[in-house]
Design a binder for this molecule. Structure first.
Ligand code: FAD
Length: 406
């Protein structure tokens, strides 16, 4: 009997196990993960799980007993410590050696730590796992202040969720504008305006320098003129891929574990998928690491197909979403390198619009806020290698959107 061992029991790992079984794999499947709870949806952690609208059972990826039903051996609370590629075994930190025929690395990413004094204090949190958010939820205190460090999507979602729970919220961003690393000034201006309207204080160009205990309060000292009193601090400044297992096993790495079009690493019996994989995207013709659920799910299916001897190369369009207050943002494609931005709708006066990013006449991406039609049409165009006519796009109504397809 062949054995596929999957390390990391989250979006990518769980999907790989399920897809493998669904496509008729008759061997043994082990899904091994360090977290103690069954695989769950991570996106709600900064959204409706943090705001208290959903609970643990509501965010499970699949019913906890469905793994046993599908003959998937789920081993939780266990960490893989080393891979022996000659013996084809993985050593766990509880002393076990597990033999594999195929090994899937779905180890994801961990939070980047903020190198300033005071981050070890009580009520200073990072946000990646459900245990982090359980601790944050327990510390929520309406009417008191939370300081968020980091103005990326996760920081902004956290700000919105804590605001919903009745906290006063200040968000500190080190760069001149929030979302600078991921999107256009238009989007930064829009999210700054909405957060401000919702009562979040956004402070840009401001580095957190230290956190100090001040009686029952925390004080966040900064590089700008003032310091901020807080009941709690949440840090969200990005993640680092968990690629050490691969690195120590001598596999090729870059900004992630390097894989080919079938998610195979430099060892053909070992795959890497999800947030940890450094892969080539044919639509944008470059290598990248993507931090998104659709990518984790898609790559898991690519691996299952490859193990089953029905290889299908990876060619998925990157897409992503973010929920803040009443705003549903849907992003299709990657906007970096754009030289023109075409707007449908008014980001300054409304809460619904779409920003289309072009390089010359080629559509690269769309950011659609409460604009599902724009997202759909752009996603369709992008995945088929088509573009949209800028002149039609700029001032057509929803019904005429399709006529912009080229
Ligand atoms: P992960 O989810 O990081 O899982 C990796 C797992 O492997 C972890 O459980 C880890 O404990 C385990 N592990 C690591 N090393 C070992 C080891 N040596 N032994 C055993 N186990 C190990 N994406 C979206 O598309 N939309 C969103 O709105 C969105 N919102 C997000 C909000 C938050 C707060 C966060 C944190 C992420 C969000 N993401 C979102 C990103 C998305 O969650 C990730 O892209 C996705 O979780 C990646 O899945 P993964 O399985 O590759 O990795």
């Amino acid at each position: 009997e062949t054995h596929t061992l999957i390390i990391g029991a989250s979006h990518a790992g769980a999907q790989a196990a399920v897809s493998l079984r669904q496509s008729g794999y008759s061997g043994r499947i082990t899904l091994l993960g360090e977290e103690k709870v069954p695989p769950y949806h991570r996106p709600p952690l900064s959204k409706d799980y943090l705001s208290g609208e959903r609970d643990e059972d509501d965010i499970l990826l699949r019913p906890a007993d469905s793994y046993a039903t599908a003959h998937i051996e789920l081993r939780l609370g266990v960490r893989a410590g080393a891979i022996d590629r000659d013996e084809k075994t993985v050593q766990t930190t509880d002393g076990d050696h597990i033999a594999y025929d195929h090994l899937v690395l779905a180890t994801g990413a961990r939070v980047r730590h903020l190198p300033i004094p005071g981050t070890e204090l009580p009520h200073v949190f990072y946000l990646r796992d459900s245990t982090h958010v359980d601790a944050i939820r327990a510390a929520v205190s309406p009417g008191r202040r939370a300081v968020i460090i980091g103005g990326g999507y996760i920081g902004l979602e956290t700000a919105a969720s804590l605001r919903k729970r009745g906290m006063d919220v200040t968000l500190l961003e080190a760069q001149p504008r929030i979302l600078q690393r991921v999107t256009s000034p238009t989007m930064s201006d829009f999210y700054r305006r909405v957060h401000t309207e919702e009562g979040v204080e956004i402070v840009e160009d401001c580095l957190a320098a230290s956190i100090a205990q001040n009686g029952a309060q925390l004080t966040v000292n900064t590089s700008c003129e003032r310091s901020y009193e807080a009941h709690m601090v949440v840090i969200g400044i990005g993640v680092i891929p968990n690629m050490e297992l691969a690195e120590f096993a001598g596999l090729e790495i870059a900004d992630g574990i390097a894989v080919n079009d079938y998610c195979q690493t430099s060892d053909p019996d070992i795959y890497a998928i999800g947030d940890v994989s450094w892969h080539h995207n044919p639509l944008y013709d470059r290598h990248m690491r993507l931090e998104s659920v659709p990518n984790a799910t898609e790559q898991a299916k690519i691996v299952a197909a490859h193990i089953m001897g029905q290889p299908k190369p990876y060619d998925a369009l990157p897409w992503f979403w973010s929920d803040q207050f009443d705003l549903k943002l849907q992003i299709a494609g990657l906007s970096d390198g754009y030289d023109d931005l075409v707007l449908r709708g008014d980001p300054d006066g409304s809460r619904s619009f779409a920003a289309y990013y072009f390089k010359g006449d080629r559509l690269l991406a769309v950011d659609a806020v409460n604009a599902p039609r724009d997202f759909m049409i752009a996603r369709m165009a992008l995945s088929k290698g088509r573009t949209l006519d800028k002149t039609i796009l700029a001032d057509c109504d929803d019904a005429a959107l399709k006529t912009a397809l080229r």
